[in-house]
Write a protein that binds this ligand. Structure first.
Ligand SMILES: Nc1nc2c(c(=O)[nH]1)N[C@@H](CN(C=O)c1ccc(C(=O)N[C@@H](CCC(=O)O)C(=O)O)cc1)CN2
Ligand SMILES: NCC(=O)N[C@@H]1O[C@H](COP(=O)([O-])[O-])[C@@H](O)[C@H]1O
Length: 311
C-alpha cells in the first residue's frame, strides 16, 4: 500500500513485507517438535495455571487488540538485566503494545555455578519438565517467572545447551513469531535471521546512532566513549536490524543532556529511562502496522491520533 505524504511529497509504503510473512507462514508447517521441549528451550513450570506451553496468558484485548488489529507475536533477545524486555512485556500485558511476548532468547541463560537443578520426582511421576532455579541473566529470570519459554542461542562453551541458527529459525517459526526485538542482546544476529525477518527486527542502542555504534560499542563502553568525546547530548536509538552491528535504518530517537560531571553510570541511567519509553512506543507502532517507509528508505512512525502526522 502506498500513500503520499504531503509535507515531503515522498511516496510511502507499509511494512512488514507481507510476502515474507506469507513465506514464513507456509514454512510454519515445517515440523518442529514442541514436546518434549526443543533442545535449548527450558521452561519453568508456569505459575499461571492457564498458561499453555508457550503462549503466555493473552493480555487484555483478547485475541485481537481493542483496535481490531491482530495481536503480533514477539520474541525478545536479551543478554543482561532485561529492563527493556520487562518494559515491553508489561506494555504487552497492559494493552499498550498489541502483542504478546512468546519467547525470550538469550546467550546467557544463567551462571551455571548459580544453577541449582531441581528434579521434582521425575523418576517417580514421569514428569519431563526440568526446573532450573538460577540467578541467570535478569531477562531469563523474568521470562521463567512469567511462563515465557527461554530459548538459548547461540551454543557456546558457557551455554552448551544453546541451539543453532537453523534450530532457532525453526523455533521462531513454530512459535509463529512476527517480530524480533533485541534488548541488550550482545551477539551478532546471523544473516539467515535478518533475511527471514525483513523489516521485522528492531534493536535499541544507547547512543544517537550512527555515533558510538558498531562492534565493541555496548553497555557502559558506549557511555564512556560519549563522555570522553565531549558530546553534550546523547540518547537511545531504535533501529531496524541488518546484517551488521548498528547500521540498520533508524526508526526513533530520544535526546538527553550529557552533564559536565557525568559518570558513565549516571549517563547510562538517564539514557535507559528514555529507552524504556521510546522502545515501547516503537514496538507499539510496529504491532499496529503504523510504520511507513519513505521513498528514500527511511522508516517513519505514523501518529496514533493524527494519520497525517509522522515522526
Ligand atoms: N545483525 C545484527 N546483530 C545485532 C545488532 C545489529 O544491529 N545487527 N545489534 C546488536 C546490539 N548492539 C548494539 O546495539 C551490539 C551488541 C554487541 C556488540 C559487540 O561488540 N559485541 C561483542 C561481544 C560482546 C559479548 O559477547 O559480551 C563482539 O561482537 O565482539 C556491538 C553492538 C545485537 N546484534
Ligand atoms: N549495543 C547494545 C547495547 O549496548 N544495548 C544496551 O544494553 C542495555 C541493556 O539494558 P537492559 O538489559 O536493562 O534492557 C541497554 O542500555 C541497551 O541500550
Amino acid at each position: 500500500m502506498e500513500a503520499a505524504v504531503a509535507s515531503t511529497g515522498s511516496r510511502l509504503c507499509c511494512s512488514p513485507n507481507p510476502i515474507a510473512k506469507q513465506q514464513r507462514r507456509r514454512s510454519a508447517r515445517v515440523g518442529f517438535v514442541s514436546r518434549p521441549q526443543p533442545r535449548g528451550v527450558c521452561c519453568k513450570r508456569s505459575p499461571h495455571p492457564d498458561a499453555r506451553g508457550y503462549a503466555p496468558a493473552v493480555a487484555k484485548g483478547g485475541d485481537a487488540g481493542s483496535a481490531g488489529v491482530e495481536r503480533k507475536r514477539l520474541a525478545v533477545f536479551v543478554s543482561g538485566g532485561g529492563s527493556n524486555f520487562r518494559a515491553i512485556h508489561e506494555a504487552a500485558l497492559s494493552g499498550v503494545v498489541i502483542g504478546d511476548v512468546v519467547a525470550l532468547v538469550t546467550d546467557k541463560p544463567g551462571d551455571r555455578d548459580a544453577f541449582s537443578l531441581q528434579l521434582f520426582g521425575f523418576a517417580r511421576w514421569g514428569f519431563d519438565v526440568v526446573e532450573w532455579i538460577d540467578a541467570g541473566c535478569g531477562g531469563a529470570e523474568h521470562a521463567r517467572d512469567n511462563g515465557i519459554p527461554v530459548v538459548v542461542f547461540p551454543k557456546s562453551k558457557s551455554a552448551p545447551e544453546g541451539i543453532s541458527a537453523d534450530e532457532l529459525l525453526n523455533a521462531l517459526r513454530e512459535l509463529r513469531v512476527d517480530f524480533i526485538l533485541l534488548a541488550g542482546y550482545l551477539k551478532l544476529i546471523p544473516i539467515e535471521l535478518v533475511q527471514t525477518y525483513p523489516k521485522s527486527i528492531l534493536n535499541i542502542h544507547p547512543s544517537l546512532l550512527p555515533a558510538f555504534g558498531g562492534k565493541g560499542y555496548y553497555g557502559l563502553k558506549v557511555h564512556k566513549a560519549v563522555i570522553a568525546s565531549g558530546a553534550r547530548y546523547s540518547g537511545p536509538t531504535v533501529h531496524f536490524v541488518d546484517e551488521h552491528y548498528d547500521t540498520g535504518r533508524t526508526l526513533a530517537q530520544r535526546v538527553v543532556p550529557v552533564l559536565p560531571n557525568d559518570t558513565p553510570e549516571q549517563l547510562a541511567t538517564r539514557v535507559l529511562h528514555e529507552e524504556h519509553q521510546v522502545y515501547v512506543e516503537a514496538v507499539a507502532a510496529l504491532c499496529e502496522d503504523r510504520i511507513v517507509w519513505r521513498e528514500d528508505g527511511v522508516p517513519l512512525i505514523k501518529s496514533q491520533t493524527n494519520p497525517n502526522e509522522y515522526t
